[in-house]
Design a protein around this ligand. Structure first.
Ligand code: NAD
Ligand code: UGA
Length: 430
């Protein structure tokens, strides 16, 4: 099948590279000229394990092409997939549909075929797919448009694996859309949920909300553990073994970040608000997540002995999770901002990500994890990269001014770290 993918970010590029691997012919387009130039040379504009290899293989086999901007070439393709961003609107936290609307305008302008299929992968509020279809039909009456919803559920850091072996594929739309998507994904062996577009849009939002809700629950329970000396690991192990609950997404920490959970929970909250439904459930998940940063800061203060003024704090990990360089809505940035407000000196290290644009000279950007801890009074672990788990803690102790660790991801064994002479605090563990 010939597939035209609009937007070559995390979702668009992974989708394009994986579909090319499955044998489809894919053209990826993006408004970002620099991105397109990199992609044409086989370079991924972001770090995602396995993507660059697929990208190069796709180009080499003549299955994957890139173009700058939507144009008449769209007519050479059977199906267009919309994978542009739907970031949070600054004014009210709802999703900004500017890029989606722009894409719809450009599709209407360039498609000249009698019949054309468009499918949305971007995460959107309920009703968006229907409105895109109405817009395309009324702005380009010469083409019969079929528009569907195929929300994406991949995770950054394991995106290729998630795309190729998903738990399910969600397909929303009429018969034409469903048939074409069934063919597109025929080589992927998983349940295909075929439904109407509104339900497809809602499945995506509810799934992200429920995952985020589990994390907020784990973080709230971890605070109860901190107050009572119960151990979050035993608690969540015991809870997760209940087959109705399951063990995933119950890890407490510094709160959830990334470009999706925070924005998608607000997205569903806005939908409730729109229909005058109570929004407390959604609000509490967001609020608990935001409060988690304060909880971590208080842990640092307690470890330091009240004030952070003039203390040197080493931060290990900047990306919102391991195996990605994405720092969108990363807890690290919120924590660093607060540390700076309290007049601490901050040294940071991450194996891939950086926050130079955000903080510039206000903090020290280290290129080595041991350099970051040199002279530090507290080490704070924010992202659970493997290199931190494997760190030589004796060396860390020697380099630090005072041996104190606040482990925001519970990566270390408390007993072992304390036996090395560290003052050690983690999340919800005695
Ligand atoms: P992204 O910001 O990484 O990429 C979006 C791309 O679209 C950018 O490269 C941008 O230049 C391009 N673009 C914007 N307008 C365009 C236009 N008119 N024509 C062509 N290209 C255009 O975003 P992302 O993280 O890939 O997310 C895309 C969507 O998928 C969002 O709705 C997001 O919520 C959803 N989603 C993301 C993930 C994820 O892990 N990042 C997972 C599932 C779903
Ligand atoms: C999430 C979903 O898992 C994907 O299914 C979805 O497609 C995607 O959002 C999206 O819509 O964009 P992603 O944000 O890439 O994927 O990463 P996750 O692994 O879900 O982690 C999100 C955040 O939650 C991270 O900050 C992570 O550290 C945190 N988290 C995760 C916890 O704090 N505890 C956990 O137990 C799990």
């Amino acid at each position: 099948m010939k597939v035209y993918i609009i937007g070559c970010g995390y979702v668009g590029l992974v989708t394009g590279a994986c579909l090319a691997k499955l044998g489809h012919e894919v053209c990826g387009v993006d408004v970002d000229k620099r991105k397109i130039e990199m992609l044409k040379q086989g370079k991924a504009p972001f770090y995602e394990p396995g993507v660059e290899e697929l990208l190069r293989a796709g180009i080499r086999k003549g299955k994957l092409f890139f173009r700058h901007g939507i144009d008449e070439v769209i007519n050479n393709y059977d199906l267009a997939i919309i994978a542009v961003g739907t970031p949070e609107r600054e004014k009210d936290g709802g999703p900004d549909l500017f890029y989606v609307s722009q894409t719809a305008k450009e599709i209407a302008q360039h498609v000249t075929k009698k019949e054309f299929f468009v499918v949305g992968k971007s995460t959107v509020p309920i009703g968006t797919t229907r409105r895109i279809e109405e817009f395309l039909r009324s702005n380009n009456p010469n083409t019969k448009f079929h528009v569907g919803s195929n929300p994406e559920t991949l995770r950054e850091g394991s995106a290729v694996q998630d795309f190729m072996k998903p738990d399910r594929i969600i397909i929303g739309g009429g018969k034409g859309v469903c048939d074409i998507l069934e063919r597109l994904y025929e080589k992927i062996d998983c349940p295909k949920i075929v439904t109407d577009v509104e339900s497809a849009e809602l499945i995506k939002l509810v799934a992200n909300f429920m995952l985020a809700q589990r994390i907020s629950t784990a973080n709230m329970v971890a605070r109860i553990c901190d107050c009572t000396s119960a151990n979050i690991e035993s608690v969540m192990h015991g809870v997760g073994l209940d087959g109705r609950i399951g063990p995933s997404f119950l890890q407490p920490g510094v709160g959830f970040g990334g470009s999706c959970f925070p924005k998608d929970v607000k997205n569903i909250l806005k939908i409730a608000e729109h229909y005058y439904l109570p929004k407390r459930l959604f609000d509490s998940v967001i609020q608990t997540n935001e409060d988690q940063i304060g909880w971590i800061i208080r842990k640092i203060e307690k470890t330091a002995g009240l004030t952070l003024r003039n203390l040197t704090i080493a931060v290990w990990g900047l990306s919102f999770k391991p195996e990605t360089d994405d720092t969108r809505e990363a807890p690290s940035k919120k924590i660093i901002r607060q540390l700076l407000e309290e007049k601490a000196r901050v040294k940071v290290f991450d194996p891939i990500a950086n926050v130079k644009n955000e903080f510039g000279e206000k903090i020290t950007h280290c290129t080595d994890m041991y350099e970051a801890v040199k002279g530090a009074e507290i080490l704070l672990v924010v992202t659970e990269w493997d290199c931190f788990r494997d760190a030589d803690l004796s060396k860390v102790k020697e380099l630090m001014e005072t041996p104190k660790i606040v482990d925001g991801r519970n990566i270390f064994d408390s007993k072992k770290v304390r036996s090395l002479g560290f003052k050690y605090k983690s999340v919800g563990r005695p």
